[in-house]
Design a protein around this ligand. Structure first.
Ligand code: FAD
Length: 324
């Protein structure tokens, strides 16, 4: 039984990523009566974020502020997490399966000689066992895993486990902990973001993805307009990236990002198996393609057979009127 669960939160530019709240919900699914302790790391103030974690279901929060935590490094974050785990002795550790989560958690697991279940999309319990479901073979099958020994350690896929309702009446202790983050062998001089500003694709609830059918970089502009309207992000097929219509950071699929938004709109994408590997678990899939035989229609919930250059402006106009 996981009586104390450590949730490692993550923020970007001072704003907590939604997956941090989802990780708290995951902890509650493991054991609703557990003490859920949120850990936050930064070079800046963390008090408000810690309070936010408590509003979303954490019982208390530990914050670690240090100038060497300005940018993520596995060494810097690793030192903090190992020290906090040593002090808190949690029964379980949960983190988002984000770029940082994917890099940090295997290193922590190896240092602590623990098993790690990565990329869990569902959590259930059976008596004392916590059962994690995770996709395998590029999402074509699922496996269920239980950790039988040591600390239960898992990462959760963003957008799969719903965060709890924010409850501002909740309160909890916020402990500012000193950790001397030192002797780092790597120093990040500068971070140059490739992806455009705005909503992060891996956590967006709406993703509008363009394929080779979009035909040019300019052809992507209406997709950005639609995405902005819906508060979503723009993604792409590898076909579109190879054709240099957009950056590879937007690629979705087997060799790109794996996403599970509430709404995925595939625009001029044929639906190759390698593309489906990155988006087939989206909750609602809409496909716009002029070829009625396109494979994407086989997994789409809604299909629009038509020319995207006609359909997208019509859709955008209609939405503008609906949204006001
Ligand atoms: P196409 O297959 O060329 O499809 C374009 C579609 O646009 C067509 O269906 C066409 O009917 C439609 N269209 C054209 N004009 C219009 C119009 N005016 N209006 C409406 N529809 C229109 N691909 C990925 O996406 N992600 C990956 O991670 C990935 N990894 C790969 C890994 C490996 C090892 C390999 C071998 C391939 C990988 N691929 C990946 C590539 C994949 O096989 C496909 O080649 C690619 O997904 C095709 O991109 P596309 O659908 O944009 O292009």
């Amino acid at each position: 039984m996981s009586d104390k669960i450590l949730v490692i939160g993550e923020s970007r530019e001072g704003v907590l990523r939604n997956v941090s709240f989802e990780a708290i919900a995951a902890a509650r699914k493991m054991n609703d009566n557990a003490e859920v302790v949120a850990l936050l790391l930064s070079d800046g103030e963390l008090e408000d974020q810690a309070q936010e974690m408590i509003y979303y279901g954490a019982d208390r929060a530990v914050t670690v502020k240090h100038e060497n935590l300005k940018n993520y490094t596995s060494e810097g974050y690793g030192q903090v997490v190992l020290e906090v785990v040593d002090e808190e002795t949690p029964d379980a550790i949960i983190m988002g399966h984000t770029a940082i989560g994917k890099d940090l958690t295997p290193k922590i697991a190896s240092r602590l000689e623990l098993g790690l279940v990565s990329d869990a999309t569902e959590i259930e319990t059976d008596g004392e066992d916590v059962i994690f479901t995770r996709p395998i073979y590029s999402g074509k099958a699922f496996e269920k895993k239980v950790i039988k020994e040591g600390i239960t350690f898992a990462t959760i896929r963003p957008n799969n486990i719903a965060a709890l309702e924010k409850d501002e009446s909740r309160s909890g202790e916020i402990q500012a902990k000193d950790v001397d983050v030192k002797d780092l062998r790597t120093v990040i001089k500068e971070v140059i973001r490739k992806q455009s500003e705005g909503v992060d694709m891996s956590e967006a609830s709406v993703v509008i993805a363009g394929g080779r059918g979009v035909k040019s970089a300019e052809g992507f502009e209406p997709l950005y307009e639609l995405a902005n309207l819906l508060g979503g992000a723009v993604g792409a097929s590898r076909g579109a990236c190879d054709a240099e219509y957009c950056d590879y950071s937007l690629q979705i699929g087997q060799t790109g990002k794996v996403i599970t938004p509430d709404l995925y709109i595939a625009v001029g994408i044929s639906g190759a198996i390698q593309h489906l590997a990155g988006m087939s678990n989206s909750k609602v899939i809409v496909a716009i393609n002029k070829d009625p035989e396109a494979n994407i229609f086989n997994i789409a919930d809604y299909g629009i057979v038509g020319d995207l250059f006609e359909v997208i402006p019509l859709l955008t106009e209609e939405l503008k009127q609906q949204i006001g």
